[in-house]
Design a protein around this ligand. Structure first.
Ligand code: UD1
Length: 368
């Protein structure tokens, strides 16, 4: 029997851990699972709602670290995580993605001599001003088992000298969740549609733009954020713009004394997994700076404009429906989408809902 601790902390972690836990639970004689939530995200609509939507078990361990500077948050997670790992002595700690919780728990486990598996490994934006890039690089170099979503990740890891025997290309775990939950999300569409229609003062919602923004490079500088909001207001003169606002973005605007309500934007609080998925799959296009949404839109075939200079997920551009844009180029891209001449894209290899199965097969081989 192998004891596994799964680490979650921030919103993008939950939808990747849920399919892993479900798949591992098919092998009760081989694996015992514990779920550790660092508490990096703590608002109900950033955390609890995902446990309900994804049918995730309640965390066995909750560290309650909350927000802080990078050093504070990372250090607090390490301090709180160490005694827990010493108590439970797992055989494997599984971390996912690139948030502060990922690096903090991977580092703590590695120093205790506990094996670490990194899901969504090898992605690189090559932009070291992004905190996530530092988290990913370091986590990959600590990890014993590295599971990748696209071929570029394998190339990055090999170039960095990581032994290829530790790297496993398994496809996209987040798409496992999407495939499972899409029918349930679509059942909610009529209710969501009538609520939005009311909020949009009965404007036609046949076409709409869905927006998410939270990267420090877009929202931490108030002048930049103001320009982005103005661009959204301009777009909303032609097509309804729906914007569920991340708490980081909201707090940056409020701290700068900026109003969050813009009369022609449909401003919402952060949405749960199912509501957001329903909206994304019905949107005409998505404007985002998220990592995961670039991949989800590629799977759904929905055009995606990523308001960043780089992406760590290049396959969403070379094979999918994504393009990088800036405030100068966004209008021309939107026109192209509205004209119906946007690239169609295709679903990348192994984004087929079976990634958890492949990962667990690798883990089973390690048990034998
Ligand atoms: C974090 C991740 C980012 C990920 C994002 C998804 C890091 C370095 N960043 O960014 O990679 O894309 O989550 O959402 O780990 N806050 C709340 N309630 C919450 C959580 C946060 O109000 O439940 C506010 C606080 O003001 C906090 C700010 O949001 O200071 C930022 O939160 P933090 O966890 O530091 O980073 P995110 O921007 O959420």
């Amino acid at each position: 029997m192998r004891r596994i601790v799964h680490v979650v902390g921030a919103r993008p972690n939950f939808m990747k851990v849920a399919p892993m836990m479900r798949e591992l639970s098919k092998y009760p004689h081989q694996f015992e699972q514990l779920l550790l939530h660092t508490g990096q995200h703590y608002d109900d609509n950033m955390s609890r709602v995902f446990f309900e939507d994804l049918v995730l078990p309640n965390p066995d361990i909750y560290l309650g670290v909350g927000s802080g500077s990078h050093a504070q948050q990372t250090a607090r997670i390490m301090l709180a995580c160490e005694p827990v790992l010493m108590k439970h002595r797992p055989d494997l700690v599984i971390v996912v993605g690139d948030v502060n919780s990922t690096l903090a728990c991977a580092l703590t486990a590695a120093k205790l001599g506990i094996k670490v598996a990194h899901l969504e490994s090898g992605l690189r934006s090559f932009d070291r001003t992004m905190p996530e890039e530092i988290n990913r690089r370091l986590t990959d170099h600590i990890a014993d088992l590295l599971f990748t979503t696209e071929p570029s990740a394998n190339e990055n890891l090999c170039r960095e000298g990581i032994d290829s025997e530790r790297i496993h290309f398994v496809g996209n775990l987040m798409i496992d969740m999407l495939v499972q939950q899409l029918p349930k999300a679509n059942e909610r569409w009529n209710t969501i549609y009538s609520n939005l229609k009311f909020r949009s003062k009965t404007r036609d919602l046949e076409h709409c733009v869905l927006v998410t923004l939270h990267r420090p490079s877009n929202v931490d500088e108030v002048e930049k954020l103001r320009k982005i909001m103005q661009a959204l207001v301009d777009i909303a003169q032609e097509v309804p713009v729906i914007f569920p606002v991340h708490p980081r973005t909201r707090s940056r605007m409020e701290n700068a004394g900026e109003k969050i309500e813009y009369s022609n934007l449909i401003i919402l609080n952060p949405l749960g997994y199912l509501d957001f998925l329903a909206l994304m799959s019905h949107a005409t296009l998505v404007v985002t700076d998220s990592g995961g949404i670039q991949e989800e839109t590629t799977y759904l075939g929905v055009p995606c404009l990523t308001l960043r200079n780089t992406t760590e997920r290049p396959i969403t551009i070379t094979q999918g429906t994504n393009e990088l844009v800036n405030l100068e180029t966004i209008r021309q891209h939107i026109d192209k989408i509205m004209d119906g001449t946007w690239k169609k894209g295709k679903v990348p290899e192994m984004w087929d809902g079976k990634s958890a199965e492949r990962i667990v097969n690798v883990l089973l081989r390690q048990v034998d």
